[in-house]
Design a protein around this ligand. Structure first.
Ligand SMILES: Nc1ncnc2c1ncn2[C@@H]1O[C@H](COP(=O)(O)OP(=O)(O)OP(=O)(O)O)[C@@H](O)[C@H]1O
Ligand SMILES: [Mg+2]
Length: 448
């Protein structure tokens, strides 16, 4: 029932009691005075009781803190309830908005490619994202409130945290030892710490590769240059006979050729790295490609080896003709170079049942020991550098082959037995191989 009728009802009841009680205990004007006093006192009491009752309900509602509406009431208590309810709803709305913002903020940090870890003043973990958990080998839930130096025991990291000086970043191997971490610590709030971590394994690897590459190129160029400088000095200072002079010039030409080969191969690699993917709509005729390889091989070999080329029924492969030629040619020139005179070199193309195909180059040459095979495609890697240099090799040929093969979605396979020979295979996936038109054409219906 609404409070207003209740209050009216209370006042009426108080008046009734006053009217009944007044004349019983007094008469005349005194009776009226008594009636009014009793009625007023009882009305006040009834109203106070009602307010006390409403206050009690309001206090219970506030203590429960649930979503129900505040108890409705009239007068100041009703007004108070209404205002408290409004304030509580506004607060709940603000808290919810804050919670949403915090969740959004945390999920943004969670999506960061870097590790983010929050520590309190005593280096206890307060929060960390998944990347930090992975970098430091921590568990996002289990390890909260743990002191980080008890869990991440890398001496460099512990010493850095304990030093309290965080101007510089540090680099150390991850606790699992599979990555190199770059870590930056910053203070925030009341002596809390923000730890940012980044996996720089790849960056470090490519920096090392670049340094090695520059050192290798310099070394490769310096050697022929030193030899050339020596010859130039000989020509300038020594009185040589005509025969000696022409011998020196031949040797100088060899060194120049070596430098030219190196620059050509380096440029080929650079082009391969920068070039867009080979065209998807260009088809290279296998028979024509292998004929070209065969004629170049015969010209450069001068009959020193028994060379056999098998077109395997021909067909076409999808990709860049110059790149594919250079890949097959590199393998064939290696086979000729690393097979003693009188040996055999066999080049073949085979289309397989599943639609894929392979170019293979097999030789009966010196072969390659097992431990060298995984490193053959590294730039400047040579098993026997003196023999390779003797034959003008730069050690870049197989790096070029691997690049070309990868750009064409294929793989390079090497099988070799030292002393017996090697087989290099370029495997191309079915979608890059087409049978000769004669095989794929639909037979035309015979005219009757
Ligand atoms: N068919 C092969 N038989 C034996 N060893 C081989 C054969 N092919 C390659 N190798 C070894 O692998 C090394 C790397 O070959 P790669 O073709 O990359 O360089 P290269 O032949 O020395 O120089 P180039 O850059 O002129 O090709 C060679 O130095 C050689 O030792
Ligand atoms: Mg080679």
């Amino acid at each position: 029932m609404d409070r207003l009728p209740l209050r009216t009802l209370g006042a009426c009841a108080a008046l009734l009691i006053g009217v009944t009680v007044g004349p019983v205990f007094a008469s005349g004007a005194l009776a009226w005075l008594l009636t009014l006093s009793v009625s007023a006192a009882l009305t006040l009491l009834a109203w106070l009781l009602l307010d006390w009752w409403s206050l009690r309900k309001l206090a219970r509602w506030v203590a429960a803190g649930d979503d129900r509406e505040a108890p409705r009431g009239s007068g100041p208590v009703g007004e108070l309830g209404y205002r408290i309810e409004r304030a509580m709803r506004a607060l709940a709305g603000r808290t919810l908005a804050e919670q949403r913002r915090l969740a959004q903020f945390l999920s943004a940090i969670e999506a960061s490619p870097n590790g983010v870890l929050l520590l309190d003043a005593q280096d206890h973990i307060q929060w960390l994202n998944g990347v930090a958990a992975q970098h430091f080998g921590l568990d996002g839930l289990r390890d909260r409130e743990q002191r980080i130096t008890n869990l991440v025991r890398s001496p460099d990291f512990v010493a850095h945290l304990q030093s309290g000086r965080f101007d510089d970043s540090i680099t150390f191997p991850s606790p699992q030892g599979d990555a190199l971490l770059h870590v930056l610590v910053r203070r925030y709030g009341e002596d809390s710490k923000l730890v940012l971590s980044q996996d720089i394994t790849e960056r470090e690897r490519s920096d090392t590769m670049r340094r090695d590459f520059v050192a290798n190129v310099s070394h490769e160029i310096r050697s022929p240059l030193t030899v050339l400088a020596g010859f130039v000095e000989t020509l300038a200072t020594l009185p040589l006979t005509e025969a000696e002079r022409s011998r020196v010039l031949v040797l100088m030409q060899q060194q120049t050729q070596r430098m030219q080969n190196l620059v050509t191969d380096l440029l080929a690699l650079a082009r391969l790295e920068a070039a867009p993917r080979p065209p998807a709509d260009a088809w290279v005729d296998v028979a024509a490609l292998l004929k070209h390889v065969e004629s170049d091989a015969m010209a450069s070999d001068g009959g020193r080896h028994a060379l056999e080329v098998d077109f395997g029924g021909g067909g076409a492969v999808n990709g860049d003709e110059t790149e594919l030629f250079s890949a097959v040619w590199n393998l064939v020139s290696n086979a000729l170079r690393y097979t003693p005179q009188g040996g055999q070199v066999r080049v073949a193309f085979v289309r397989r049942e599943d639609g894929s195909a392979e170019f293979s180059v097999a030789d009966s040459g010196v072969g390659i020991a097992k431990e060298h095979i995984p490193r053959l495609t590294e730039r400047f890697y040579r098993i026997d550098s003196s023999r390779s240099r003797e034959t003008g090799g730069t050690g870049l040929g197989l790096a070029i082959v691997k690049h070309v093969v990868q750009r064409h979605g294929g793989t390079l396979q090497v099988d070799s037995v030292p002393g017996k020979g090697s087989t290099f295979r370029i495997l191309l996936p079915a979608q890059r191989v087409r049978a000769p038109l004669a095989e794929t054409a639909v037979p035309s219906r015979a005219l009757s």
